[in-house]
Every structure is written in structure tokens, then in C-alpha cells.
Design a protein around this ligand. Structure first.
Ligand code: UT7
Length: 319
């Protein structure tokens, strides 16, 4: 027994910052950003908080699934940084939506949503749950260095949520980690210990080239493995929902995999890279555009800080 997706939702702040606006803050241009990444805007929290957006996504997903917060048996939030060190973001959302179930966070950076699916699958397999809320959300505007043009043009705030119920529509799942705190990392903020040897800026640092190579390789390997483990071939795939880090990464992986580019759901132009929030945003956008029909085969694939990766094959269960 695994799960089926019963409902989706998303929470994205209202303010869409254009590349031209960013060009007034750092030495960059709309032309460079669009050509190198495909990003046109990213949404940034101004009035809203991360919790507001997670709660919005959660409520939409609950409504879509036709259940209430009291029906939930578990909440998992995939995020690399909640509003607090403790409580977890999942606990904060639990209170706001009025749920009574256990709640915790999973940190696998941009791969977090797939990691959370795998954790949820374990709870279903052990018959511990009937309804699970999985949120994928990151608020990177508070974690990036707004003076570093090599990172600040890439990221945005936002995420989404799904309600999972008992079912058999998770056809395969595969997660990996290759510990590496050198090529992509964000230190914690101020160290309060009187014995602290150094203070490090809590911003994202990245070797773009190294991450790019890891990204293409892990997407291709991950999708091949997940599709094979599901007993399918590339021809059986109806849609691919990739992590939205760079349009060129998605296109390079698409060409190697031989799944036509039009099957990839891409929201990077509007939202940029929202880390664990990317895939649930893309899922909800496509669902609300009416793209999916019951029985469609969808591949999720992600890579990110850790370095982690995750891919899975899901059969669409909703009408
Ligand atoms: O979620 C997972 C985390 N991140 C990723 O997956 C990112 C993976 N990496 C990438 O997407 C790409 O490597 C980047 C988009 C980060 C960079 O693209 P690139 O084609 O690898 O550019 P580059 O680093 O080779 O830089 C080319 C030039 C450099 O100038 P010079 O040395 O050729 O004179 C950079 O200084 O572009 C310059 N540059 C910029 N110019 C304008 C770097 N950032 C910018 C910028 N605007 N924002």
C-alpha cells in the first residue's frame, strides 16, 4: 500500500520582482538572466510571511481533497529553513490550520518534496496514517546574499502542498545523498556561544558550475532509475515535473532522456527557484490548468543542497 494524491494547493507571495528591478540592485541584466536561466520574475514576501503562504497552500490542498484539517494524521513540511529553529514549520502550520496530528520538517533542500513523499510512503506502508499533508516551501529571500549577482537572481519565495491518501499510485521512488558542504551551502546565522571561533553569514553560497554538472547527471540517472523501477519506459511518461533551477539544466536533461520537451512542466520563468517549493508549485499550476487526466504518469525529479537528489513516478489519481 502506498498513496494517491487527493488534492493540491499553492502559496506564493503577491510581489513579482522583475529582472529589470534586480538590475537596479546588482550588476546584471534581463538579457543575461533570461538567456542563462530562463527566469523572468521571482515572487518575494513583502507583506506575507512564510507561514501565511504555507497555510494558504495547505488550505487549498485540503479543500481540493474535500477533507478538513481534523482528518489529517500527519503533516510533513519539506523546507531548508522554517520560520523557527524550533518549532518546526510543520508544527506552526498544524496550529494555524487547526490540525491535531503529529508534524515535523524534512530538510533535503531542493529535493525535499521527494524526500517527504518517501517518508510519507513509509507511514502508509506501516498503516499508521490515512491522510497526510505534505508541504514543500522555501523562503529564500531571507537566506540569499542580495549583493551576490551569481545567486540572488536565481531564487524566490513560494511553495505548495498536497494531500495524500491511501492508494497505490506511487509507482517508484529513489532518493540519494552525497554529503558535500562545499559546493552549495548556507551556514546558520549568528553563533551565540561565548566559545564561537567564527561568525558566518547565513547566506547561500554556490559553485554554479559544479552544481550544474551534478544537476544534469542526477536528473538523468534519477529519472532512468525511477522509470525502470516502475516497470515503465520513457514512452509511457505523460509529464515530467523537474526541480526548477535553470531552464538550461531542464533542457539538457530532457535531451539526454529522450522525453519530448513539451512534456516538462516549467514554471521557472514566473517563479524562479523556490527550492523545496518548486515541484509542488509546478504540480498545482498544471493541475489547475487542467493538464492532468486520471491515469497519467508523472515523473518528479529534483537535485539540490546536500548534495541530494530524488525522483519518483506517480500515477495521477484524480478526475
Ligand atoms: O537549486 C539548486 C541550486 N542551483 C543550481 O542548480 C544552479 C546551477 N548552476 C547554474 O544554473 C549556472 O551555473 C548559473 C546560472 C548559476 C550561472 O550560469 P553560467 O552559464 O554557469 O555562468 P558563469 O558562472 O560561467 O558566468 C559567466 C559570466 C561570468 O563573467 P565572466 O567571468 O565571463 O566575465 C560571470 O561573472 O557571467 C557573469 N555573471 C553574471 N553576469 C550578469 C554571473 N552572474 C551574473 C549575473 N548577471 N547575474
Amino acid at each position: 500500500m502506498s498513496f494517491s494524491i487527493l488534492g493540491t494547493g499553492r502559496g506564493v507571495p503577491a510581489y513579482a520582482m522583475t529582472n529589470d528591478e534586480l538590475s537596479t540592485m546588482v550588476d546584471t541584466s534581463d538579457e543575461w538572466i533570461v538567456q542563462r536561466t530562463g527566469i523572468k520574475t521571482r515572487h518575494i514576501c513583502k507583506e506575507e510571511t512564510m507561514t501565511d503562504m504555507c497555510v494558504k497552500a495547505a488550505k487549498e490542498a485540503l479543500e481540493d481533497a474535500g477533507i478538513t484539517a481534523e482528518d489529517l494524521d500527519l503533516i510533513i513540511c519539506a523546507t531548508l529553513r522554517g520560520e523557527y529553529i524550533t518549532p518546526s514549520q510543520a508544527c506552526v502550520v498544524q496550529r494555524e490550520i487547526g490540525a491535531k496530528c503529529p508534524a515535523f520538517d524534512v530538510n533535503a533542500a531542493c529535493s525535499g518534496f521527494v524526500y517527504a513523499f518517501d517518508v510519507a510512503d513509509g507511514f502508509f506502508a506501516r498503516n499508521r496514517v490515512e491522510k497526510v499533508l505534505v508541504i514543500g516551501y522555501d523562503n529564500l529571500s531571507n537566506t540569499m546574499d542580495w549583493t551576490d549577482r551569481s545567486t540572488c537572481v536565481l531564487f524566490g519565495d513560494g511553495g505548495g502542498a498536497v494531500v495524500l491518501g491511501k492508494g497505490d499510485d506511487l509507482l517508484s521512488i529513489h532518493i540519494t545523498a552525497k554529503g558535500n558542504p562545499d559546493v552549495l551551502y548556507a551556514p546558520r546565522g549568528e553563533n551565540l556561544s561565548p566559545f564561537a571561533k567564527e561568525q558566518r553569514k547565513p547566506a547561500i553560497f554556490m559553485n554554479g558550475h559544479e552544481v550544474y554538472k551534478f544537476a544534469v547527471t542526477s536528473l538523468v540517472k534519477g529519472v532512468r532509475k525511477a522509470v525502470k523501477d516502475a516497470g515503465l519506459t520513457m514512452d509511457d511518461i505523460d509529464y515530467v515535473i523537474p526541480h526548477q533551477a535553470n531552464m538550461r539544466i531542464i533542457e539538457a536533461a530532457a535531451d539526454k532522456l529522450g522525453i519530448p520537451r513539451e512534456k516538462y512542466i516549467c514554471t521557472i520563468g514566473e517563479y524562479g527557484n523556490t527550492s523545496a517549493g518548486c515541484m509542488p508549485i509546478a504540480l498545482d499550476v498544471a493541475r489547475r490548468e487542467g493538464k492532468f487526466k486520471k491515469g497519467d504518469i508523472i515523473v518528479f525529479c529534483a537535485f539540490g543542497g546536500g548534495l541530494t537528489s530524488g525522483s519518483c513516478v506517480v500515477r495521477w489519481a484524480m478526475d
